[in-house]
Design a protein around this ligand. Structure first.
Ligand code: IPM
Ligand code: MG
Length: 361
């Protein structure tokens, strides 16, 4: 047997630990079936790390992640820390940003598939969301999130603040290449989303993406302004295959896209860099209001575990088996509270995980 894969588990805050636990149970079951051996190391991040160690992300946690094959991440944040934190390294969200930047995870893959069993639960009419299967590739280590200057300062007329949106050609090119490669494995359509009518960064973005597109003549490429795309995403979501966009646009558009799939709790994500190391997390946050109750939807986390199998462990069969098991469980009618419709009795987080494990056979 080959060496065990090293998985760093970072449950974080709020519902993070509950959904990560569920994902880990499914991952374990899938690994056993696939003959994969997994070694887990668990560490604190976010508010949990602030409480225990005084910072949201310790340097040793980042180092640990650098030696891993993959990272299974829950969620970070909560009112206890978000409101109070005076320094940025005390804010739980800084742990996530520190990991993304520190590990060079520049491409965030957010697949949005509307499961047939979820068509009726979607915020949109069934005919609008049936067969939706798109993949948002969000740039993750540049743009407004990271560029300098970024600060608040005093002026004679009160405080002012600045954030900076900066992109360089190599930063755009590497994420574009990743998106085009993914389009080749899918339906060979790519829509790049920008704000080139206003933003200089977007004009560069469009130039670079257009140049990369020339290397992929087999992929049908289009460009759309972000405001128009936000509308088209609701009007004709089936038209899209791969959607490539910068950091902040991708953040906003993927929350919007989650409404196609029925709920924020359904969507997984993978953050990748140049190699196979990846960080896998549901796109939902820590949901402090329902934390500790055992009612959170673990499907986004479980599907993130499937992406971990696919992208970091090169275990496509196991990844697809997890995705099929989730579909099977949804088809069988099991629902957590966030996706239960009138008259459907919701089940808890653990019940969904158990059902997925038994569907794996
Ligand atoms: C996400 C989240 C994060 C982001 C926050 C928690 C920093 O919203 O992963 O979409 O804005 O990237
Ligand atoms: Mg977000």
């Amino acid at each position: 047997m080959t060496a065990a894969a090293r998985i760093v588990v970072l449950p974080g805050d709020g519902i993070g630990p509950e959904v990560t636990d569920a994902a880990r149970r499914v991952l374990d079951a899938a690994a056993v079936r696939a003959g994969l051996k997994l070694d887990y190391v668990v560490d604190l991040v976010g508010g949990a790390s602030v409480d225990a160690h005084g910072v949201a992300l310790r340097p040793q946690t980042l180092r640990l992640c650098k030696t891993a094959d993959a990272i299974l991440f829950g969620a970070v944040g909560g009112p206890k820390w978000d409101d109070a934190a005076p320094q940025s390294n005390l804010r739980p969200g800084s742990a996530l940003l520190g990991l993304r930047k520190g590990l060079g995870l520049f491409a965030n893959l957010r697949p949005v598939r509307v499961d047939p069993a979820m068509v009726a639960t979607s915020a949109l009419r069934p005919e609008r969301v049936r067969d939706v299967d798109l993949l948002v590739v969000r740039e993750l280590t540049g743009g407004l999130y990271f560029s300098k200057p970024k600060r608040r300062y005093e002026t004679p007329r009160g405080q002012a603040a600045v954030d900076t949106m900066r992109y360089s050609t190599p930063e755009i090119e590497r994420v574009a290449v990743r998106a085009f490669e993914l389009a080749r494995q899918r339906r060979r359509r790519l829509c790049s989303v920008d704000k080139a009518n206003i933003l200089e960064t977007s004009r560069l973005w469009r130039i670079v993406v257009t140049a990369v597109a020339e290397r992929y003549p087999d992929v049908a490429t289009s460009h759309m302004l972000v405001d128009a795309f936000a509308m088209e995403l609701l009007r004709r979501p089936q038209a899209f295959d791969v959607v490539l966009t910068e950091n902040l646009f991708g953040d906003i558009l993927t929350d919007e896209a989650s409404m196609l799939a029925g709920a924020l709790g359904m969507l997984p994500s993978a953050s990748l860099g140049g190699g196979t190391l990846g960080l896998y997390e549901p796109i939902h946050g820590s949901a402090p209001d329902i934390a500790g109750k055992g009612i959170a939807n673990p499907i986004g986390a479980i599907l993130s575990a499937a992406l971990l199998l696919r992208w970091s462990l090169n275990a496509e069969t196991a990844a697809a088996a997890v995705e099929h098991a989730v579909s099977f469980v949804l088809a069988s009618g099991l629902r957590t509270a966030d996706i239960a419709r009138d008259g459907e009795a919701p089940v808890g987080t653990a019940a969904i995980a158990e059902a997925v494990v038994s569907a794996l056979g």
